[in-house]
Design a protein. Structure first.
Length: 186
């Protein structure tokens, strides 16, 4: 759907230089002299690169439709992650490079949203927080409390995070999926 650049809003998906992009920030400027313009920041959904671009408010841009489907993670196949739609049992392969470090949050049967454009996966959306089991945690050392006492713990996916010294092996903890950091006990 073609829209005027002055109508671009944060959260929209548009076609920017023939690539799908998410609008992350907009700033409408109307100087006293000259025509109004829209300054926008885009995140390319294929490469993850963030760009800023200025459009005249009368220019046309193409808004695109991104579909999002909840899927279940199955397994890693070489460099691709295999997900399944639990309703239709359709399987989709997503390149590991599309997820980056967040691949360390996936355990079999975990549910995420796969975003597609033209029936091709372009992104994976995780829940804000997930629960993971601690498989290794060093014993706390008494008196080692300069500042906030933290230690490294290893989770069932292989992810290593800093957590308070009272966390023990076998416990389940809550991890923030944006920062890949410890939030609390589950």
């Amino acid at each position: 759907m073609i829209i005027k650049a002055g109508s671009i809003r944060k959260g929209m998906y548009i076609l920017f230089k023939n690539e799908p992009a998410l609008v992350t920030k907009t700033d409408f400027m109307s100087p006293g002299k000259g025509s109004a313009f829209m300054r926008a920041k885009f995140k390319n959904l294929k490469t993850g690169k963030v760009q800023e671009f200025t459009h005249k408010s009368t220019e046309s841009v193409e808004e695109i439709e991104i579909s999002s489907v909840q899927m279940q993670y199955l397994y890693l196949d070489g460099t691709d992650l295999v997900f399944m739609n639990p309703e239709t049992y359709d399987q989709v392969e997503v390149p590991q490079s599309l997820i980056g470090d967040k691949v360390q949050l996936l355990i079999p049967e975990s549910k995420v949203y796969i975003m597609t454009y033209d029936d091709k996966p372009i992104g994976v959306s995780f829940p804000q927080k997930i629960n993971l089991k601690v498989i290794y945690a060093e014993e706390a050392v008494a008196g080692n409390t300069m500042g906030t006492a933290k230690k490294e713990i290893k989770l069932e996916t292989g992810l290593v995070v800093l957590a308070p010294i009272f966390i023990k092996e076998g416990e389940t903890v809550v991890i923030d999926t944006e920062t890949l950091s410890f939030v609390s006990r589950a």
